[in-house]
Design a protein around this ligand. Sequence first.
Ligand SMILES: [Zn+2]
Length: 149
Amino acid sequence: MNHEIHEQLKQLALKHSIPFCYSCYKEAPQGRCHDCGSDDLMRLLPGDGCEYGTDWIVKSILESELTAVDLDEEFEEYVRQCYPETTQVGWMSLDTVSVMKDQDPVSWRCAQSEWESQEADEGTIISFDNGASYYRLDEVESLTESEIG
Ligand SMILES: [Zn+2]
């Protein structure tokens, strides 16, 4: 399934970009440069630049069309749903999440990274840059479906 979405995003990247001969500095929409005959072509993304490969185009499309998942916020929300909103400490009724983060930030971070890999394994969220940013799989799918069907 992930392989499929990668393939669809590649299609999307190809659709959004134009083959480009850097030596002649010309578009080569047929896939071979009309002037020098080269098929060693970059991809031109109008308004963004030109470069080899399609990963950078995928990144650019995702950044402009979707919002990356705010993992800190999502994890906090997840924990808030699992535990009571406040916790009694002595006579104080304190915000559970704030106490947890303040008292043991290391444990909090470990739990968050476990949760992140679990979400990624389940395919709820997906990264195209080795975990630097995540997108919701369903949003990525609607994007590719609306553009390439
Ligand atoms: Zn050329």
